[in-house]
Design a protein around this ligand. Structure first.
Ligand code: GLN
Length: 523
């Protein structure tokens, strides 16, 4: 396989570079777009980061930007190619959540984040592969096949925004959006060697995000540099009348926060939590990163998060309960896949993915067929992990078990939140809390697929910030001996993304991790 020459725009350029080239007219948006598309065509067959590439639409959009330079002169993302996780609705562009259930679903509207990116000058090039309905930690739960990690093709990119992380790591686009319910932006960012930010719950509108677990879901950016992530967050953040859970909190200038100065910053380290179960090479890289921050003038402080060790059971009770309720809408009636009916539905999408004729009369002929149509639709439309979550979630919400499981989990969730609050505001307060993003580097495709519990353990360090609604970032902090990337996770106070970004950026300035190219680009 041969990649494009390494001086192409996508390899050398960050979001800021591309934007500046387009704004100054040193490059046209069309040239930049063609470059991204040709790279995707050359490299993505080996990676499978994309479910859908919208080449014509992207080029038409780039042309429109070139035709009207005045309009885009100050646009923060002028001409920047962006990849979107395939659970973000795009008008007239198939949005599948990597599920058979939505294989031919074409939304009639754009997610708010999509409209905001386009208003900022971005050029959407495609929709990225992910775990089905964003459930998983490896991208192996995609109904369309796994994504391959650009650093080692036999390994997973992490999940669930693995296609987005891979697109950025392989320089297919300088930035991508993901969603994070329990770690799905941060964990693939760590495993692919890119920066990924999960904003505070409510910071970014979720209108048009296909729901997984509504008290946890957030949309956020993945990029090669902290600056690019800060810039993109500024475009996405802010209230939205279409999402009642979006916060009114003012949006600061995140790039202005990147001063490079961390003198006096207090960084909490939950040593008891990270002592066990972390791969030695991951620990080593994270400890070296903490030393580097100390050297820059930050103070390391021991913190205790005593309830964080319950975060995995709590997360898998709360998230499955919410998922079982959110996924009830996929019944084959309103939209998406319908087993065997072979008829169009109201909004023009239909169940033709299934060619087998429905047994007995077509849908609508007899009331007794409806229940069996639901059952067949859901049995065939959902993959095994999604079914497991629906069953778990339905069980924990059921009358006899609600108090013992769901209610108890919500109570422990409050204790986890209080641990963080104590660390941020107690007697010895810290500004951010540092730990590994993932206990291991990228694992092999297939290695954990047969053991769901083993897979869930990959989330041990990411789910507590999700349960507490706090912002958290993963920034590359080195490699294992096998040249697999390692991520440092920083968690911050509610709506204090600026401090997270400042600390992560200061660290990044001391390292060259973001400039390293994965082997897929040099073969
Ligand atoms: N791995 C977690 C899960 O499977 C997180 C997923 C996510 O953040 N979307 O639920």
């Amino acid at each position: 396989m041969t990649a494009e020459p390494d001086d192409s725009i996508a390899v050398v350029a960050t979001v800021r570079d591309v934007r500046d080239l387009v704004r100054s007219r040193a490059r046209s948006a069309v040239e930049v777009c063609r470059d991204a598309l040709s790279r995707i065509a050359a490299v993505d067959p080996h990676l499978h980061a994309f479910n859908t590439v919208v080449a014509d639409r992207a080029l038409a959009r780039a042309e429109s930007i070139d035709r009207d330079p005045d309009r885009w002169r100050d646009a923060p993302l002028a001409g920047v190619p962006v990849a979107l996780k395939d659970n973000l609705c795009t008008r007239d562009v198939r949005t599948t959540a990597s599920s058979r259930m939505l294989e031919s679903f074409v939304p009639p509207y754009d997610a708010t984040v999509v409209s905001r990116l386009e208003a900022a000058g971005a050029v959407i090039v495609g929709k990225t592969n992910c775990d089905e309905f964003a459930m998983g930690s490896s991208n192996e739960n995609s109904a369309f096949g796994p994504v391959h990690n650009p650093w080692a093709l036999d390994r997973t990119p992490g999940g669930t925004s693995g296609g987005s992380a891979t697109a950025v790591a392989a320089r297919l686009t300088p930035v991508a959006l993901g969603s994070d319910t329990g770690g799905s932006i941060r964990q693939p960012a760590a495993m692919c060697g890119v920066v990924g930010l999960k904003p505070t719950y409510g910071r970014v509108s979720r209108y048009g995000l296909i729901a997984h677990a509504s008290s946890l879901d957030q949309i956020g950016p993945l990029g090669r540099t902290v600056h690019d992530v800060a810039l993109t967050l500024g475009v996405l953040a802010g209230p939205d009348p279409a999402d009642a859970t979006s916060a009114l909190e003012p949006v600061p200038d995140y790039t202005a926060a990147l001063t490079g100065d961390v003198r006096g910053a207090r960084i909490g380290v939950p040593r008891a939590l990270v002592e066990q179960g972390v791969d030695a090479e991951v620990s080593r890289a994270v400890n070296l990163a903490l030393d580097a921050l100390k050297w820059r003038g930050a103070t390391l402080v021991d913190v205790d998060l005593p309830h964080a060790r319950y975060a995995i059971p709590v997360y898998y009770l709360v998230s499955t309960a919410e998922a079982s309720s959110n996924l009830a809408r996929y019944d084959g009636v309103r939209y998406g896949f319908r087993a065997g009916a072979g008829r169009g539905t109201a909004n023009g999408t239909h169940g033709t993915a299934e060619a087998v004729p429905y047994e007995g009369a077509p849908y609508g002929a007899a009331p007794c067929d409806l229940k069996s149509m639901y059952a067949k639709t859901r049995a065939r439309g959902f993959g095994p992990e999604v079914k497991r979550r629906i069953m778990l979630g339905t069980y924990v919400l059921s009358a006899g078990y609600y108090d013992a499981y769901y209610l108890k989990a919500q109570q422990v969730r409050t204790l986890i939140l209080r641990d963080y609050e104590h660390a941020f505001t107690g007697t010895d307060p810290v500004d951010v809390i540092a730990m590994p993003t993932s206990p291991t580097a990228a694992f092999r495709i297939g290695e954990r697929a047969a053991d769901p519990l083993q897979m869930y353990l990959a989330d041990v360090f990411t789910v507590s910030a999700s349960l507490a609604g706090l912002p958290a970032i993963s920034v590359p902090c080195g490699f294992t001996a096998d040249r697999l990337p390692v991520g440092l996770q920083l968690t911050g106070r509610r709506f204090d993304e600026a401090t997270l970004l400042r600390v992560a950026d200061a660290y990044e300035r001391d390292t060259g991790w973001s400039k390293q190219l994965p082997p897929i680009l040099s073969r």
